[in-house]
Design a protein around this ligand. Structure first.
Ligand code: BES
Ligand code: ZN
Length: 655
């Protein structure tokens, strides 16, 4: 039934791709009353995080013409939207948040009437544009002249001092989940795919990159066009229809280094060599991914390693993954992040969660696929280590969340979609797919998954459509298999069904023994074979906790903490995952010497996954912790992206 419900939206998408109108039935009345052409999307396929009504009129292409003003901290110019609508439609509803709209015009340059509706704290405002009724088979363009505001949540404007080079400013965007509407006025829903192009004008000493092909004024890949006045214009085009959360922009003093003919990395010149060495396995990963689940459909696969305030580990912007510099550890130990973002080129960017309630379809599939890439490039042992770390983290999450939030399929109505960004989508989702793989065998599972990507490429996917696809193409009426898999329990019930199996890594056996000897039996830190271990084993060690530990309970003495810190040189650890894991122990014990380490860590990177839990740990530690949290946050906040500071503001308050 949901497949049918989504049928209209995808029929329009399909028609758009072919340059046709999907609907032939005419309607007399105003578009305010939904025309009688097809049922509105069923409840499961309705995106509650958009104002758009794509069943009436939808955007199929966005053409941006924007100038980056680093003094005003604004992007200003026009967005021309190509619109497909049902006959009789006389309005389109777009999403905007914190945008200043100057005017809206039709293709002939005539002004169109528009209304900016009430602001919703999570969704922002609807921008409704009115026009003469659409005829059958018509496509039309409208042009919106607008400007962003300096506080646009998707954008971070960095001062030169916030970059590695220290000489030039920097700008980057982060669209997922519903932030694109703070810099592009469009229908900002993952179920409404759009192609896009852009002309971006920026100071001539900066380089512009986007999640698209880079074009010259003649449409070829090459140098930007000089505009005079110290400005240059760069042109881009994305021909594959994508959800708007994947429109992405980076502007700064950046340079490129290749890995092979189709992969490479962009970053600040002083960081380029290190990034090129660290991320070089990217080339092999693309080949491994293609061997698993079919051709890479996006042309180039490049990475942009951002300044340290990038709020996420990585973001799967098509053709150009954005990544935190905290993965540059010096030993390639954190490259699974590349495997993850690359995997999204299939799970997420080709087959896309229809709504944020279906977020697990993006992230759970991607964690599964990521681990398969890691297994094929680094072997079974490494893949199992990462699975076990994921399982451990899932167990913690299952204990800390209300049961209703531990279902794969969520109901985020009235909530920020960010609320779904936790281990349930990622790790429970991946565990579900591993459970199916184990039950049906890898060959059968892989054949189904490859087919799933092919059948559903460039389409939105709901949880119900996924169930229908796997029942039709893998289970095929096998009642015994159906009951063995417990699929409905996995997606619609809290917790883990009885067929979940914990992964095992033999590489963690000596680690656990050493953890018991040090943490429980109070042995010396010198007995820990730290230098024999890889990063994943070290993470396992620092993640060890006594059975049934009450949060906030002190379980180590100051002498043990000092021994650990000194022996493992934790105050000077260069690997961000390990520094984070150490600080989670040390700060929870109010271990004073670690405050300086925390201060340095929290003021030198802004990855929310590290920043928020550390402030939370401090916050749990009474006046001591809160005083330190407030002091460090006052210093760190100007560095952070709005995504990170928005979250920390809610905990610590604005300094
Ligand atoms: N797509 C996500 C990042 C994201 C999710 C941004 C939801 C905004 C809203 C990305 O693929 C991701 O999962 N990144 C992880 C790293 C990954 C290795 C698990 C991160 O940033 O920590
Ligand atoms: Zn992801």
């Amino acid at each position: 039934m949901t497949r049918k419900a989504l049928g209209l939206v995808s029929a329009l998408a399909l028609a758009a791709a072919m340059g046709l109108s999907a609907c032939s039935t005419t309607t007399g009345g105003s578009a305010m009353t939904p025309p009688a052409i097809a049922p509105a999307p069923g409840p499961e396929a309705v995106d509650v995080h958009t104002h758009a009504r794509p069943e009436i009129a939808r955007v199929v292409d966005v053409a941006l013409d924007l100038t980056a003003d680093f003094n005003a901290k604004t992007l200003a110019g026009t967005a021309t939207l190509d619109i497909l609508a049902i006959p009789g439609a006389n309005e389109i509803v777009l999403d905007i948040r914190d945008l200043d709209i100057q005017d809206v015009r039709d293709a002939a340059g005539q002004p169109l009437r528009y209304v900016v509706g009430d602001n919703d704290a999570v969704l922002g405002q609807p921008l409704t544009v009115y026009f003469p009724a659409f005829a059958a088979n018509e496509r039309r363009k409208i042009t919106i002249r607008y400007s962003t505001r300096p506080n646009a949540a998707a954008l971070q404007w960095l001062n030169p001092s916030q970059t590695a080079g220290g000489q030039k400013p920097y700008l980057f965007s982060q669209g997922q989940a519903i932030l694109t509407r703070t810099w592009v006025p469009t229908q900002d829903s993952p179920g409404i795919r759009q192609t896009y192009s852009a002309r971006i004008t920026a100071p001539e000493d900066l380089t512009v990159v986007m999640s698209a092909d880079h074009l010259t004024p003649n449409g070829e890949r090459a140098a930007p066009h000089s505009e005079g006045g110290g400005m240059k214009t760069w042109r881009f085009r994305m021909d594959n229809p994508i959800p708007p959360y994947l429109i992405a922009l980076g502007v700064g003093d950046i340079a490129f280094a290749p890995f092979d003919g189709r992969t490479g990395v962009w970053t600040e010149p002083s960081r380029l060599r290190a990034a090129q060495w660290e991320l070089e396995p990217t080339a092999q990963m693309v080949t491994a991914a293609e061997k698993l689940y079919g051709p890479y459909r996006w042309g180039r696969y490049d990475l942009l390693v951002l300044p340290p305030s990038f709020p996420f580990g990585g973001m799967e912007n098509p053709k150009l993954t954005f990544a935190t510099p905290t993965i540059i550890a010096g030993d390639r130990s954190l490259v699974s992040l590349v495997a993850h973002e690359l995997a999204h080129s299939w799970s997420g960017n080709l087959v896309t969660n229809a709504t944020w309630n279906d977020f697990w379809l993006n992230e759970g599939f991607t964690v599964y696929f990521e681990n398969r890439i890691m297994e094929s490039v680094y072997g079974h042992d490494r893949a199992m280590q990462e699975q076990v770390l994921g399982w451990d983290s899932l167990q913690d999450t299952l204990k800390s969340l209300p049961a209703a939030d531990t279902r794969l399929h969520l109901d985020l109505k009235g909530r920020d979609p960010d609320d779904g960004m936790n281990d349930i989508a990622y790790e429970k989702g991946a565990l579900f797919l591993r459970t199916i793989e184990r039950t049906v065998g890898r060959d059968r599972f892989d054949a189904w998954l490859r087919g799933y990507f092919d059948r559903n490429a460039y389409r939105p996917m709901t949880t119900a459509m996924f169930l229908e696809d796997i029942r039709d193409n893998l289970i095929k009426g096998d009642a015994a298999l159906e009951s063995q898999l417990q699929m409905d329990a996995w997606v619609y019930q809290p917790g883990l069904p009885s067929n979940a199996v914990a992964p095992v890594s033999h590489a963690f056996e000596p680690v656990d023994a050493a953890a018991v000897a040090f943490f429980k039996d109070k042995g010396p830190a010198s007995a820990i074979p730290w230098s024999d271990w890889n990063t994943q084993q070290r993470q396992r060690f620092l993640g060890w906790r006594p059975e049934g530990l009450r949060t906030g309970a002190d379980w180590l003495t100051n002498a043990q903490l000092a021994d650990l810190e000194r022996t493992l040189n934790l105050a000077n650890e260069g690997n961000a995952e390990l520094t984070f894991a150490w600080l989670q122990i040390a700060l929870a014990h109010r271990y004073q010497p670690s405050v300086a380490t925390a201060e340095k860590f929290l003021t030198s990177q802004g990855r929310r996954k590290f920043v928020l839990p550390l402030f939370q740990t401090l916050w749990n530690e009474g006046d001591w912790g809160r005083g330190n949290a407030r002091r460090i946050y006052a210093e760190a906040r100007p560095l952070y992206h709005p995504v990170t500071s928005g979250s920390v503001d809610q905990l610590v308050g604005r300094p």
